[in-house]
Design a protein. Structure first.
Length: 317
């Protein structure tokens, strides 16, 4: 398969030696927000924004002496001047003024880790999990976090290993990936969920090109009927923990690098040259014709390569 990339991997400029970029949210070409986790240095974690794909950064939620949840950000979402950030310390944060001031808005009965944030038709959804609670699920807010309600009717609520670990929304459907029960889908804005044909595998990530949906876990799957039925299309050699798509190209971030498909998921290849060292891809996002990848070696390589990497690509004609 021909290579879609038009340039090398470039490590983004950063004001600190970031440890792990867990979340990349692209609101528009000049508004990208990332969530960074670092348990060792408060100045390296938190929420940062860039208007030029990582050439320059603005700190939004960082600082020595900050609360512990400030430097363990797992997910981010931005809509206008409102920025949401979920942490691993039982805290969901919100700024109404583009990151100048922050407050906590955690839903009642949520888990200790907020892992996914999506917005659909003005409603914000967040998933959480907790190893000590049988199920914590999905919550939604129609008023930018002032109030929250459970939004997971139909999702099995059993042991902690049934938690929602992936969340996706487009104009037609919402998808929830779980640890052992595969994919649930909702066609009524998260009010009710139905289990799909893929119901016995872990699903971590989703992407879409038009009406074609893709899901990632130990393999990659595809659906052409709004998530009702799924077919296996590629066996990965490691977990596809994050996915993103442009108009014609699909990207899957794994423990071994970035997989790419330029033919609607029929064929996949590892993006070469690969990211340096042994880098685990924690997050991927597309901004125009630039792929952004947040990486971390989890102790298996050089920390000098941790952080955000970018690479330009071309659409398929």
């Amino acid at each position: 398969m021909a290579d879609t990339f038009t340039g090398p991997w470039i490590k983004a400029t950063k004001p600190q030696d970031w440890f792990s970029v867990k979340s990349i949210y692209v609101e528009n070409p000049t508004s990208v927000v990332v969530g960074v986790t670092d348990y060792e240095n408060l100045n390296r974690g938190g929420v940062w924004s860039t208007a030029d794909n990582g050439a320059n950064w603005t700190p939004l939620l960082v600082g020595t002496g900050a609360a512990s949840y400030w430097y363990t950000i797992e997910c981010t979402l931005k809509t206008g001047t409102h920025i949401f950030a979920g942490s691993v310390f039982s805290t969901l944060l919100l700024s109404h003024n583009s990151g100048t001031n922050w407050g906590t808005i955690s839903p009642a009965n949520a888990g200790t880790t907020f892992g996914n944030l999506v917005i659909k038709d003005g409603t914000v959804f967040v998933s959480s999990l907790d190893s000590n609670i049988p199920y914590t699920g999905i919550h939604s807010s129609t008023d930018l976090g002032s109030t929250w309600n459970p939004s997971d009717t139909g999702i099995y609520k059993g042991a902690p290993d049934e938690e929602v670990i992936g969340l996706f929304a487009n104009e037609n459907v919402m998808l929830a990936g779980t640890i052992t029960r595969g994919i649930y889908y909702s066609t009524d804005n998260g009010s009710n969920w139905v289990i799909s044909s893929l119901n016995n595998v872990p699903i971590y990530s989703f992407a879409a090109i038009g009406n074609t949906l893709f899901a990632g876990g130990l393999s990659i799957y595809k659906s052409i009927d709004n998530g009702v039925t799924w077919v296996h299309i590629f066996e990965t050699s490691s977990i596809a923990t994050t996915m993103a798509a442009s108009q014609t190209v699909i990207f899957a971030g794994t423990w071994e690098g970035v997989l790419t498909s330029m033919d609607n998921g029929d064929n996949w290849s590892l993006s070469l040259p690969a990211l340096p060292d042994t880098e685990i891809v924690k997050s991927v996002a597309v901004n125009g014709t630039t792929l952004l990848a947040g990486v971390n070696n989890d102790g298996y390589g050089s920390v000098a390569n941790d952080g955000l990497w970018t690479r330009t690509f071309s659409e398929v004609e």
